[in-house]
Each structure stands twice: as structure tokens, then as C-alpha cells.
Design a protein around this ligand. Structure first.
Ligand code: NAD
Length: 371
């Protein structure tokens, strides 16, 4: 029988391979203890792909990604490749994958785990219990809209310009992702734009409202101006469940929501494509939000939890393995509650450990939880 758990792993550069190794430990555990077998392929991406294949993401890697049920991505980039021209940089590897797989909905959870509540720069009372999912449209809007450029005017002065443009279908498909997510969470979507000053924002609000009325009346919809949302995230973040935004506002607000948790090494993400109407499947890529951290690469001290939590998202959204996803998330919570910390989340009185010990501890907790 063909596998429906075809997984492509692209470790990338810097700490990418180090943290992905810890996910392999979790995968081995699932194979051993829960009899879940994945069909795994690996590939090169980023700087390591430039070194071997001459390009940050080869056609062969894209083909593998297209035929996989999900892609687990590490991170790319590093000083070795910093002097390359823009069109050859490692970061283009991830951009090509997003574009070629049509990954338009970026999901970034901002979850404040109780043991790490002091890691936030906000007061514990404000952030304790925060559990937000930011859904960002990631292939349209002002980062791609035409015309764009810098021109020199007749008086010799320069003028820079970009275009924020959205087709209603682009808004509708990402809105559906947000509403579907809200149904599985606490049933509320906050859609952000600047409908007061932007035409594309007016259309955004109208289309989200139409989709809501026609298909998701059971979900609560709230419209909020993006600047107000930024303020509310800092003052009353617990009011939010799912935040839906365009490429620009989603980018800024997901970083702000991430900052509430105070720890880059803890945050996973997913980017989803459209559901294929014939197979019911969708392309999806899962990665931590952090980069390749060249400053600590090779030292064995990187926090593997964001990568492991990205794998939990993959189990949930691509393989429908809710129970296993929750188990992995619980194991991470238990390890933190037990006092283990990598250097990036170190707190007084806790035990400092490296990447491998942290990965092993997660597997030990998985064992205990499923005993
Ligand atoms: P970064 O996220 O790599 O690192 C920022 C800081 O956080 C560093 O001090 C790093 O040591 C620390 N850090 C990050 N992840 C950590 C982890 N898991 N455990 C412990 N500490 C961690 O961001 P940067 O320094 O701006 O970028 C470094 C490289 O990564 C650049 O080449 C950049 O282009 C690339 N990058 C890639 C991606 C991606 O692959 N999607 C995303 C962001 C940055």
C-alpha cells in the first residue's frame, strides 16, 4: 500500500542539521513505540545545496518536495555565502519552495508555556496562558505587487514605491484557512487591515466578511485596524485566538506575537498551500521561525524545541495525527517543567543542557507519557 506519510527533510545550514537530528530521534521513537512508519527522503537546501548542487534549491529538490506529503525544513544561510550576489543567496532556497509549492498561508503560533512565563519581557500576569495563532498571507500583497521600484525624478530626487495589491480570491483562500483553524481552537478570528486608509484593506475587510457570513457564521469574526492590534497584543494579548493578516501586517504582527513568548528557539511555524480538490491533500512546509544561528552552529548548544514543535505541527496538519502531535507538545512541556534549559532560555535555578540532552529528554518524556 502506498505510504501517505511521505516526508521530505531539508536540514539546511548552521544549526539546521543539529536541531533536525533531534527530530529524527522523535521519529525513531514513534517508529519503535507507536508503530508509525514514515517514508523519509532527505535533500539539500540553502548554502549546503549551493556548495554541492550550485543552486540554493535544485529542480530535483522541488520535485521531491512536490511529491512529498509534507516538508520539514531546518534553516538556511550563513557568513560563508553572505558575499554571493542576491540571486544566488541561500535564503532564495526557501523562497523558491514557497513559490513553487504555492504556499500562501503562513501559520505562526505564539504560545506562552507556563514554565517560560518569565522569559517574556511583559509581566507574567499579562502573558500567562497566551495561545495565539497568526495566519499571514505569504505570497501576495506589497512584497510582490507591481509596480515597484526606485526612480529618479526630473529634479534629481529619488522616489521609492511599492504596490499593495490583493485579488479577492487570494483573500478568500487565506481567510478560509484562518476560519478552519479557529473552528479547531477557541472559535474566534481577528482580521486585521487598515480599511480606514487603504483600498486593498477595504477589499480585505469586505471579502473576509462575505466568507464569514456565507461559510463560517459559527465562528466569531472581529475586524481590527492593524495598529490597534499591535497595541492590544502588548496590553491584552489573551483576547486573541486566531489573527488573520495580509503579508505585511501578518509579518509584523507575528513577530510581535512571537516576542510575547520571549524565546526564538521555542517557536515553530507552518506554511500551507491550497487543498487539491481531487486528492484532498495540500502542500505544506514546517520550519522553526529562527534562522541558522551561525554564531552558535557546531557548538552543540542550539535549542531543538522549535524544530521538534514544528514536527508536531506537521503531524497535526499534514498527517492528521492529533494525538501524537499533542503527545510531543506535552513532552516538551514536561521537559521544561522538569527544569532543563538550553542556553537561550536559561533561567536561574534551572539545569543548562545542550542540544542532544534536550532531544533525549523529550524522548524520555514521550516514553513516560505513553507508558
Ligand atoms: P537567527 O534566528 O539565526 O539568530 C538570531 C539569534 O538567536 C542568534 O543569537 C542565535 O544564536 C539565536 N538563536 C536562533 N535560534 C536559536 C536556537 N534554536 N537555539 C538557541 N539560540 C538560537 O537570525 P539571524 O542571526 O538574523 O540570521 C542568521 C542566518 O539565518 C542569516 O543567514 C539569515 O538570513 C538566516 N535566516 C534563515 C531563516 C530561514 O531559514 N527560514 C530565517 C531567519 C534567518
Amino acid at each position: 500500500m502506498p505510504s501517505n506519510k511521505k516526508l521530505l527533510i531539508l536540514p539546511g545550514d548552521g544549526i539546521g542539521p543539529e536541531v533536525v537530528r533531534e527530530v529524527r530521534r522523535v521519529i525513531d521513537w514513534m517508529d519503535r513505540r507507536r508503530a508509525v512508519t514514515f517514508e523519509i527522503d532527505e535533500g539539500l537546501v540553502g548554502g549546503s545545496a549551493i556548495d554541492v548542487e550550485g543552486t540554493p534549491c535544485s529542480d530535483a529538490t522541488v520535485a521531491k518536495a512536490k511529491s512529498a506529503d509534507a516538508v520539514l525544513f531546518g534553516s538556511v544561510g550563513g557568513p560563508k555565502w553572505d558575499s554571493l550576489p542576491f540571486e544566488q543567496r541561500p535564503e532564495l532556497g526557501i523562497l523558491r519552495l514557497r513559490k513553487d509549492l504555492g504556499l500562501f498561508a503562513n501559520l505562526r503560533p505564539a504560545l506562552v508555556m507556563d514554565p517560560l512565563v518569565d522569559a517574556s519581557s511583559l509581566k507574567p500576569d499579562i502573558v500567562r496562558g497566551v495561545d495565539i495563532m497568526v495566519v499571514r498571507e505569504s505570497t501576495g500583497g506589497v512584497y510582490f505587487g507591481e509596480p515597484r521600484g526606485v526612480e529618479t525624478l526630473p529634479d534629481g530626487k529619488r522616489r521609492g514605491f511599492d504596490t499593495d495589491v490583493y485579488h479577492e480570491d487570494e483573500i478568500a483562500r487565506v481567510a478560509r484557512v484562518a476560519f478552519d483553524l479557529a473552528r479547531k481552537r477557541r472559535g474566534k478570528v481577528t482580521s486585521v487591515e487598515k480599511a480606514n486608509v487603504m483600498q486593498s484593506g477595504r477589499l480585505w475587510r469586505a471579502v473576509v466578511g462575505e466568507i464569514h457570513k456565507a461559510e463560517y457564521a459559527d465562528v466569531q469574526l472581529e475586524n481590527m485596524y492593524a495598529d490597534n492590534c499591535a497595541m492590544q497584543l502588548c496590553s491584552r494579548p489573551k483576547q486573541f485566538d486566531v489573527i488573520l493578516g495580509n503579508n505585511l501586517f501578518g509579518d509584523v504582527l507575528s513577530d510581535l506575537a512571537a516576542a510575547l513568548t520571549g524565546s526564538l528557539g521555542m517557536l515553530p511555524s507552518a506554511t500551507l498551500g491550497a487543498v487539491d480538490p481531487t486528492t484532498g491533500k495540500r502542500h505544506a512546509l514546517y520550519e522553526p521561525i529562527h534562522g541558522s544561528a551561525p554564531d552558535i552552529a557546531g557548538k552543540g548548544i542550539a535549542n531543538p524545541l522549535a524544530q521538534i514543535l514544528s514536527f508536531a505541527m506537521l503531524l497535526r496538519w499534514s498527517f492528521g495525527m492529533e494525538e501524537d502531535a499533542a503527545l510531543v507538545e506535552q513532552a516538551v512541556g514536561k521537559v521544561l517543567a522538569g527544569g532543563l534549559r538550553t542556553a537561550d532560555i536559561m533561567q536561574p535555578g534551572m539545569a543548562r543542557v545542550g542540544t542532544t540532552v534536550m532531544g533525549e529528554a523529550v524522548v524520555r518524556e514521550l516514553d513516560k507519557l505513553s507508558a
